[in-house]
Design a protein around this ligand. Structure first.
Ligand SMILES: C[S@@+](CC[C@H](N)C(=O)[O-])C[C@H]1O[C@@H](n2cnc3c(N)ncnc32)[C@H](O)[C@@H]1O
Length: 231
């Protein structure tokens, strides 16, 4: 099965801004993505430069913003049938929130991933960082498989990561289960190490993923092959 130019259940090397226009409108049930936060790298570099006692918090190229955020959101909205989760940096948060909040057919929430095992780095200098932001928005009368659950999600950060900003598999499975049924299509335009696809496959959902980095597309596909072998 294809969605526009792309085979279902594949992760391919693509700039999402060039690839998303090749997909038809209303073609994916859920978008679950974690965009480059942009500022994290920059701040990490600056802090490392000016402050000898602070450890560098750089996330390599994976964190570099490569697209106009509003143009990206326009494409996501066009493709979307159901819900969207966008993990993003604090500076991006209000742009993403306001974008979906202005759509009359959507309900929007700020959500927090609470890392239950935060890194103690620099904890002797200030509060350690234990949260990440996510904007959730849902088209009216689409799937929500939870009841009275709140918007703070407690999950440990994974160890032994293959991507500098890799998200926990358990968290992504929780979000996919909450917002789709089996067989539905989950799309991640910035998939990194493939967490969204691994979660979708383990839950019998379909997926499509893009990443601009050949290296991470390779690693994500290796991760998916390992699930095949395990089955
Ligand atoms: C925050 S990371 C995603 C990490 C992922 N959630 C995981 O668990 O591994 C963002 C990813 O977006 C990719 N990226 C940046 N710009 C892109 C673009 N224009 N199109 C597709 N991918 C892009 C980066 O290469 C990076 O791997």
């Amino acid at each position: 099965m294809k969605i526009g130019a792309f085979d279902i259940n594949t992760i391919t090397k693509n700039d999402c801004m060039k690839a998303m226009p090749l997909m038809p409108s209303n073609s994916v049930d859920l978008i679950l993505t974690d965009i480059p936060y942009g500022n994290v790298s920059k701040n990490g570099e600056e802090r490392a430069k000016y402050s000898g006692q602070l450890r560098k918090l750089d996330k390599e190229d994976a964190d570099v913003e490569t697209f106009d955020l509003i143009e990206f959101l326009d494409e996501c909205y066009r493709l979307l049938k159901g819900s969207i989760y966008i993990f993003c940096g604090i500076e991006q948060m209000s742009t993403v929130f306001d974008y979906f909040d202005s759509k009359t057919d959507m309900t929007t929430r700020q959500c927090i991933w609470h890392k239950t095992n935060p890194s103690p780095v620099n904890g002797q200098h200030y509060w350690i960082h234990a949260i990440e932001n996510c904007v959730y928005a849902k088209k009216r009368k689409t799937t929500f498989n939870q009841h009275c659950k709140h918007n703070v999600w407690d999950f440990p950060a994974g160890r032994g990561k293959i991507h500098p900003t890799q998200k926990p598999l358990g968290l992504f499975k929780y979000l996919i289960e909450s917002s789709t049924f089996e067989g539905e299509v989950v799309f991640d335009p910035c998939i990194g190490s493939g967490t969204t696809a691994v979660a979708a496959r383990e839950l019998n959902r379909q997926y499509i993923g893009f990443d601009i980095s050949e290296e991470y597309v390779g690693k994500a596909n290796e991760r998916l092959s390992a699930i095949h072998i395990a089955k």
